[in-house]
Design a protein around this ligand. Structure first.
Ligand code: ADP
Ligand code: MG
Ligand code: ZN
Length: 591
């Protein structure tokens, strides 16, 4: 029965999707044009806006998927003025609602909001206007909990519906329904009743989350499976994507940031994302000490302090804002020229959203990510308890590790899109690399060595973090867990890449262990380890190479610091160091 339902839904959505919704032959087409020009003072539609408007005005349930900043609001604000009645807009954030209502009222469009902090008289007035046939109200903004918690609101809304005045329900940030989305809000689950409670009222969901998984989940939760999905491209051609190798020393890391901000991004505005409050404050302090004007932003700051930093950054009193992901929705600075991730994001979805705050004005902007293996565990130990979070994180790691595949193509895959290489136009470090290596490396013997080390440690009842595992592999650390063979003939950082690669490929897995103060990630053998017993199986890893990158200047080849093949550089370093190696081994024995 379910299969039948699914195939009917598929047919339904296929036939809806095959229609061209961008036409100007509809009854309302003239009105749409007039309202666009006269009420919104805009001259033309952006990509897919007209499609969304026509399809929702046709009475279909629709989900609109567009990147942030593409103009989703207009897709429900404009239709609200075309037909009589009220449009309800569900939105997760009070500040977003306030901004929109303010902007609408300025345009003489009757819009209001009710939140938990709205004065009682105002709430009463708004609730009454739902019942009042003569009310001029066109758009009413509410938070999702209003549906769950206010009986009176529901009763009045039903009355409004019974009188045929409930025109449409728009649900902004509709991915919040889904646990698989990046910011699940429990109150959004209540919205599932809307389609049956208000029959005949078109639902319009809007989101910047494009993964097929989240979209089908959202449709299920809203009971509108098989609805029309209108999606515009997620490619941001003006954003340049790059991975930088993250040094292990805090100071070295600060030096990279310092050079970038002092030279490459001199007089330019940007964001530096970190994953902890501690890092956030420390990096901001470090940069301040180096004479750079920055402020910081995280969830533990007082709301007023936070918004004053935000405003001052917006007005360019600060060159950069160092922030945790608490710095998210509602950022609309058009000239953000760089977004640097000091620690990897917890998913590609998050990365796309966070880096996407760069270059809203359409001019070139850069999205840099500082990557090192240890950061995987910094993030995994924070997120592992929520559903699917490790898969999401490993998607991000895959993006960082890729040395042969275009970064933009990896982003496209994540959004189930396919962009040709021309879509990148050399705007990522992989495509702009003038000296690519495209080398694959057989890592079966390395994988077996690691498996042996883990087996041996298990016998000794010793748990290994990735760090300890790599130590043992490189014949460092406690003698009894050390690898019983030769030291691998590769650099340590290539070794780290191999471990990360084996993790995301399921040859190794993380297990989590709790102490009173923290969570620790230990590495054990993964389900795919068995594949090594198959004679026909070949385990290869593409070797990455960092392309030339100048921390000090935007124009290439000026003051250029060349990074040679990562593998070779590391090997050279190792050769230089090999003389004092015995020394170190002795030290690590004692220490
Ligand atoms: P989203 O919700 O998709 O992130 P918004 O609806 O907040 O985006 O719109 C982002 C900005 O784009 C707003 O400043 C809005 O006024 C502007 N905008 C939207 N549609 C158009 C258009 N057709 N022409 C010009 N500007 C537009
Ligand atoms: Mg929006
Ligand atoms: Zn590319």
């Amino acid at each position: 029965k379910n299969a039948l339902k699914n195939s009917i839904n598929k047919l339904k959505s296929d036939s809806l999707a095959s229609e061209d919704w961008a036409g100007t032959h509809y009854d309302w087409s003239d009105d749409v044009k007039n309202v666009l020009e006269n009420s919104f003072k805009l001259t033309c539609f952006r990509q897919k806006q007209l499609d969304a408007i026509n399809s929702t005005l046709s009475g279909h349930h629709v989900i609109v998927v567009m990147p942030t900043g593409a103009g989703k609001s207009l897709c429900y604000q404009l239709p609200a003025l075309i037909k009589p009645g009220i449009t309800i807009v569900v939105s997760p954030l009070i500040s977003l609602m306030e901004d929109q209502v303010r902007a609408l009222v300025k345009k003489d469009i009757p819009a209001q909001l009710i939140t938990s902090t709205t004065a009682k008289e105002d709430t009463n007035r708004v609730l009454n206007s739902l019942k009042d046939k003569k009310s001029p109200l066109k758009l009413l903004y509410v938070t999702p909990e209003r549906f769950a918690k206010s009986k009176r609101f529901m009763a009045n809304l039903q009355k409004c519906h019974a009188e045929g005045r409930l025109q449409r329900i728009a649900i902004d940030e509709v991915h919040c329904c889904s646990q698989w989305g990046h910011d699940f809000r429990p109150d959004y689950k209540f919205l599932g009743i809307l389609s049956s409670m208000f029959t005949g009222v078109p639902i319009l969901g809007l989101t910047a989350t494009a993964t097929a998984h989240v979209l089908s989940d959202v449709q299920k939760i809203l009971n509108i499976s098989g609805c029309l999905v209108i999606k515009s491209t997620f490619n941001r051609p003006n954003l340049y994507y790059r991975i930088l190798e993250k040094p292990s020393a805090r100071e070295e890391c600060l030096t990279i940031l310092e050079k970038l901000l002092k030279y490459r991004y001199k007089d330019k505005s940007g964001i530096i994302y970190t994953n902890s409050i501690k890092d956030c404050e420390e990096i901001a302090d470090g940069l301040k000490q180096r004479g750079i004007k920055v402020c910081f932003y995280h969830a533990n700051l007082d709301t007023q302090v936070r918004s004053s930093f935000h405003i001052k950054w917006h007005e360019n009193h600060y060159q950069a804002i160092v922030a945790t992901v608490a710095f998210g929705m509602g950022i609309d600075k058009p000239d953000v020229r760089f977004v640097i991730h000091h620690t990897i994001s917890k998913s590609m979805e998050n990365y796309y959203q966070e880096s996407g705050r760069a270059g809203r004005d359409g001019l070139r902007a850069e999205c840099l990510t500082l990557y090192r293996m240890q950061d995987i565990f910094k993030v995994s130990t924070m997120v592992f308890s929520s559903v699917g979070s490790l898969d999401h994180l490993y998607g991000m790691v895959k993006y960082c590790l890729s040395g042969t595949q275009c970064r933009r193509q990896l982003i496209a895959e994540h959004f189930d899109e396919d962009w040709g290489s021309s879509d990148c136009n050399k705007m990522c470090d992989v495509c702009s690399n003038t000296n690519p290596i495209n080398r694959e490396m057989n890592i079966e013997s390395h994988c077996k060595s690691l498996a042996n080390i883990i087996d041996n440690a298990e016998k000794l009842d010793i748990k290994l973090t990735a760090q300890k595992l790599i130590d043992a592999w490189f014949l460092k650390g406690p003698v009894n867990v050390r690898h019983k063979g030769k030291e691998p003939n590769i650099s340590r950082s290539l070794g780290e890449d191999i471990v990360a690669y084996l993790l995301i490929q399921g040859f190794l897995v993380e297990t989590f262990h709790f102490t009173a103060y923290s969570t620790i990630s230990y590495i054990v053998k993964g389900p795919n380890m068995d594949l090594l017993n198959d004679k026909n199986f070949i385990l290869k890893m593409p070797v990455r190479k960092y392309a030339t990158f100048d921390l000090k200047s935007m124009s290439p080849n000026v003051l250029c610091k060349t990074t040679d093949d990562k593998v070779d550089v590391d090997l050279q370093k190792r050769k230089l160091k090999s003389t004092d190696k015995e020394d170190k081994v002795k030290k690590s024995k004692t220490g």
